[in-house]
Design a protein around this ligand. Structure first.
Ligand code: ATP
Length: 568
């Protein structure tokens, strides 16, 4: 917890001056707020009871002025506070997102998107509330309480004692019900996270749900989650009603006692009516801060749970680290050399076990092998999503671990079987990943050229908005072939030295597969290519073909016969 609090504190620190302004505005607001009951007392006792009309006018105007100042102060406070509080939340979220961007595919295979989203959303907000709101609320509450108590003591010390007799009972009650509050809140948050997870998973698998006719089961599953959420929501509300109601009742008993004893003293002439009215107003103002302070303890416990959950996410370590002093490659031919590579996803179970491969600059090499043998794992290693456990991978003679990962991924492009696109236009997707300067330097002619080279020009010319056509949130309105060709045009614009084609034609029919292979060969002629495929069309024209088996590569003499045999 102390370490996590330090982590959260690091995001609050840059906003200290804004928060100090909030405290100053709160102080001023509290002062003005506390002056109002005092003015009421003077209006009743010195204006009304004494029949002083001039003083009555002055005090009433003072009351109006105090109301105006109080509104302005609280408005300004709210704006400054929102700026600081949102700044803290956004900075924390950006920090967690930056960490998520360093995590390997293995992390995304293990964690559900709903779970990560729940932590990015609910847990971060909980921590932000505690880190920013709690100190300010505590300070505000303490100041208001101290001011109210001081003024109550000034009006009547004995009455103050009577008023505060109920406070220990209220405090004890709230303390006792804390675990109940915490349990019900946690249960509700779990249930809401389950609902978020449901939508994240189901929306991306809607086609599957429809294809398998699982709509009814899924609707029932959602209804069950809703019922569970409603049950927990009602329980949390019941807890809220009780934990808010009982202290409220105790407070009313305290107020009744103040009015009874204070009223008797007013009747006896020992206390003025205005003093009793002002006293009761201060009593009302003191009750809120007390409950607020007790509520902060519950807030701290909730924040602790959220900090733990965020800590789990942040303790996931990146699989690779950028080198302290990256080396610059001497050549730019895209020659690849893999030496005695050993790597496994689980300790002691290597997927690649002593694999060696050399691809001279400009050569096209093919690779195939049974499903699950480690072909995609090899691609992930070549793109440095992981580092080898043993052995070495070098691009143009430089170990990948010595290259800046961003530069490596510019020089090595992967065209996979599913070419995911991001929301935006076709042009946005073509420019994706380029720096603003590079993207700005790409004029429409260059984009059109790349699109024509990828044989998308006919299709794009038929679209009313051409390259500015949005691809939609999931790009599901495009065919697999169209998505793949957009990805191919994107690869072209990045001008890689080494192109890895991981099952590039698996979604295409034989004729389209042949066309795509021929286009890639034409567009990337002279550049190094590694083609991973089960399909003979994709492996056509390779300088050498290897079979991946038991973690190593075996050269294949007759590619076509081998692949045809493997695919039977
Ligand atoms: N994130 C992961 N965590 C644990 N094991 C994994 C992970 N990714 C892959 N594996 C395992 O590593 C092995 C190689 O998987 P990989 O995806 O590289 O195979 P592949 O040859 O590309 O298969 P396919 O041709 O079916 O795509 C498989 O046994 C797979 O279950």
């Amino acid at each position: 917890m102390p370490h996590s609090l330090r982590w959260a504190g690091g995001f609050v620190r840059p906003h200290r001056s804004r928060l100090a302004v909030c405290v100053a505005l709160s102080l001023a607001g509290t002062g003005v707020g506390l002056a109002q009951p005092w003015l009421t007392k003077r209006i009743v006792d010195d204006g009304l009871a004494a029949g002083d009309a001039r003083l009555l006018v002055v005090l009433t105007l003072g009351m109006l002025g105090a109301g105006l100042v109080s509104t302005l102060l609280s408005g300004a406070n709210r704006l400054v506070y929102t700026r600081a509080s949102a700044g803290v939340l956004f900075a924390m979220r950006e920090h967690v997102y930056a960490h998520l961007q360093t995590l390997p595919p293995r992390f995304y295979a293990r964690w559900s998107a709903g779970d990560v989203l729940g932590r990015l959303d609910g847990d971060l907000a909980e921590v932000q509330r505690f880190a920013v709101d709690a100190p300010l609320s505590a300070l505000n509450a303490l100041l208001t309480l101290a001011g109210a108590v001081a003024l109550m003591l000034l009006i009547d010390p004995a009455l103050t004692l009577i008023a505060f007799l109920v406070l220990p009972a209220q405090a004890l009650f709230l303390r006792g019900t804390r675990p109940w509050v915490e349990r019900s809140t946690r249960a509700l948050r779990d249930s809401m996270a389950a609902l978020t997870g449901f939508f994240v998973q189901r929306l991306s698998a809607m086609k599957l749900i429809q294809s398998l006719g699982a709509e009814r089961q899924e609707a029932e599953r959602l209804a069950a989650l809703d019922r569970d959420c409603l049950r927990r929501l009602l329980r949390q509300q019941t807890v809220g009603i009780v934990t808010g109601g009982v202290p409220g009742l105790l407070g009313s008993a305290g107020t009744a006692a103040v009015f009874l004893w204070g009223g008797l003293r007013v009747i006896d002439g020992e206390l003025s009516l205005g003093a009793l009215i002002a006293f009761s107003a201060y009593l009302g103002r003191a009750a809120g801060p007390v409950q607020g302070l007790l509520g902060l303890i519950v807030g701290a416990q909730r924040a602790r749970v959220s900090l733990d959950r965020l800590g789990e996410l942040l303790s996931e370590s990146p699989a690779v680290r950028p080198p302290a002093r990256p080396l610059s490659p001497t050549g730019r031919g895209g020659a690849l050399s893999v030496e005695s590579l050993v790597f496994g996803h689980e300790a002691g179970a290597p997927v690649l076990d002593g694999l060696s491969l050399t691809i001279p600059a400009g050569a096209k090499v093919g690779l195939h092998g049974p499903s699950g043998v480690g072909k995609s794992t090899l691609t992930d290693l070549l793109h440095r999503h992981y580092d080898p456990e043993r052995g070495r991978i070098a691009l143009d003679g430089v170990d990948l671990r010595d290259l800046d990962p961003a530069l490596l991924r510019r020089r090595v492009a992967v065209l996979g079987q599913d070419a995911p696109l991001l929301p935006g236009t076709i042009a946005d997707n073509l420019r994706f990943g380029l720096s603003p300067a590079e993207a700005g330097a790409l004029d429409k002619d260059t984009l059109t050229e790349a699109v024509a080279a990828a044989q998308l020009d006919g299709w794009i010319a038929g679209l009313p908005r051409g390259l500015d056509t949005p691809v939609g949130a999931w790009a599901s309105a495009l065919s697999g072939g169209q998505r793949q060709r957009i990805a191919l045009a994107r690869c072209l614009l990045r001008k890689p030295d080494l192109l890895i084609l991981d099952e590039p034609v698996s979604a295409l029919d034989p004729a389209a597969a042949e066309r795509l292979t021929a286009d890639v060969d034409r567009l990337f002629a002279g550049r190094t290519r590694l083609v991973i495929s089960h399909r003979a069309e994709a492996l056509a024209g390779c300088d050498a073909v290897y079979r991946l088996e038991r973690g190593r590569l075996e050269p294949v003499a007759d590619t076509m016969a081998e692949v045809a045999c493997a695919s039977r």
